[in-house]
Design a protein around this ligand. Structure first.
Ligand code: UDH
Ligand code: MN
Length: 346
């Protein structure tokens, strides 16, 4: 009987231990389970936050991207005024022998690959400036230094093209300008062309580099000729013609090798089309010509009077439509596009 009582006591203790163990296990399990629940909720709340953030971001992106009207309005510029408020009139020019290209580039940061357009308004004119060139680097530098700010004050969309004659054959200004026109129209639909000697620097920014209903001659006076028109009918130095006017006259003749005659030939072509040459007032159309001597390779063309006598007969077949040249390189420098061409020889 004593043994029986002892055994009963032990089994009760075991039962208690098992019960306590069970209780502890249940508590532990509950603690673990409730922790996991919390974690899940936490994860869920985190992903909810992520979702909310994504939603906000998408909304924000939508307002950035799906608001073309807003971005267009800010990008759309108002037309530049009829008369630029930036014009200053006559300027005193000086040509420093120490000037270099880097200086001029630094003064014209708004120009990219020879091209510029106003940042605060939409330019009313797109103008290509064509400069025939060989071996006149210093003159080119002086012209770039003055012409860029001059054109910017006129609020134009413009690009400067330098058409460089390769080799040492006799110079042909007119053929270079034809080639420049044909190359520039591949770049952009320029409406107006300015044919510009490298050594003529405009003195007054009221001399507008824009085209008109009729061809325009922009050089009434040069310092070297007492600011007087060289002769009645002079159409050289700097002229402005629309793309269509120049096309209509079949451009310049390609046949004038050496100095002289090609500008008179262009005047005859213009007159044959019953177009009239316009000139700005003499007090505005003034230029300083950087001093130079006659270039070697550009001797006086003794044939020029004979050629001029044939213009009426030749203009249809000698010009833009017969201009043969080879483009050797096109280099887009910061301040101008340099087009080097092989135009052959006489
Ligand atoms: N040009 C060159 N390189 C040359 C020749 C001409 O770049 O070797 C270009 C240049 O754009 C120049 C234009 O062609 O501005 C017209 O040539 P030019 O300046 O020789 O013509 P201009 O009528 O001179 O000014 C005439 C000869 C000057 C003689 C002076 C003696 N008193
Ligand atoms: Mn000259």
């Amino acid at each position: 009987m004593g043994l029986c009582t002892a055994l009963k006591k032990v089994s009760r203790r075991v039962k208690i231990v098992v019960l306590v163990g069970l209780l502890l296990w249940v508590l532990a399990w509950k603690a673990t389970f409730s922790g996991e629940t919390d974690k899940t909720v936490h994860v869920n709340s985190a992903s909810t936050q992520t979702l909310v953030r994504e939603e906000k971001l998408r909304e924000q992106l939508n307002t950035w991207t799906a608001a073309p009207s807003f971005s267009n309005i800010s990008a759309e510029k108002v037309d530049c005024p009829e008369e630029s408020p930036l014009l200053v009139g006559a300027s005193k020019l000086s040509f420093e022998s120490s000037l270099n290209l880097k200086d001029v580039e630094n003064e014209n940061k708004g120009v990219t690959k020879g091209e510029y357009e106003p940042s605060d308004c939409k330019a009313m004119h797109s103008v290509a400036i064509l400069i025939p060139h060989r071996n006149r680097e210093k003159h080119l530098l002086y012209l770039l230094q003055n012409l860029h700010p001059f054109l910017q004050r006129q609020q134009l969309h413009y690009a400067i093209y330098v058409i460089h004659q390769a080799g040492d054959a006799t110079f042909n200004r007119a053929k270079l300008l034809n080639a420049g026109y044909l190359e520039a129209i591949k770049d952009f639909s320029w409406e107006c062309f300015i044919f510009h000697d490298v050594d003529l620097v405009p003195e007054n920014d009221h001399n507008l580099y824009i085209c008109d209903q009729q061809p325009k001659h922009l050089v009434v006076g040069r310092n070297v000729t007492g600011y007087k028109l060289r002769y009645k009918g002079y159409f050289g130095g700097v002229t402005a013609m629309t793309k269509d006017q120049f096309f209509q006259v079949n451009g310049f003749s390609n046949s004038y090798w050496g100095w002289g005659g090609e500008d008179d030939d262009l005047r005859v072509r213009v007159e044959l089309q019953k177009l009239k040459i316009l000139r700005p007032p003499a007090d505005v159309a003034r230029y300083t010509m950087v001093f130079h001597k006659r270039d070697s390779g550009n001797q006086v063309n003794r044939n020029r009077m004979k050629l001029l006598g044939q213009t009426t007969k030749m203009w249809r077949t000698d010009g833009l439509n017969s201009c043969k040249y080879e483009t050797l390189s096109i280099a887009r420098y910061p301040l101008y596009v340099n087009i080097t061409v092989d135009i052959g020889r006489q």
